[in-house]
Design a protein. Structure first.
Length: 94
């Protein structure tokens, strides 16, 4: 049951915070995305999801439809075909 809730948090995060790219090579690294996921989970009160390891996160992201993973570059870092959306900052100027 706990696993199912975490999968739902991962899917919700991917939907809310990531934008598709044409290939994993153009996407962010899995580690960058996981670090953003942890911040998002804390900010949204998903305390259980905030404790998820990078390995568990990577496995669950890979199970989502249309997600592609690939090792890229000389350092062979894992990328997915998604980028983190820029955070919109309100200036307060009307």
């Amino acid at each position: 049951m706990m696993w199912r809730k975490q999968v739902d948090h991962v899917a919700l995060y991917v939907e809310e915070r990531l934008t598709p790219t044409s290939s994993p090579k153009e996407g962010d690294t899995l580690k960058e995305i996981w670090e953003d996921f942890i911040k998002w989970a804390v900010d949204t009160g998903a305390s259980g999801a905030a404790k998820m390891s990078l390995i568990a996160f990577g496995r669950q992201v890979a199970q989502l439809p249309e997600i592609q993973k690939k090792r890229v570059g000389k350092q062979r870092k894992t990328h997915i075909n998604r980028k983190i959306k820029p955070v919109e900052i309100s200036s307060g100027w009307g």
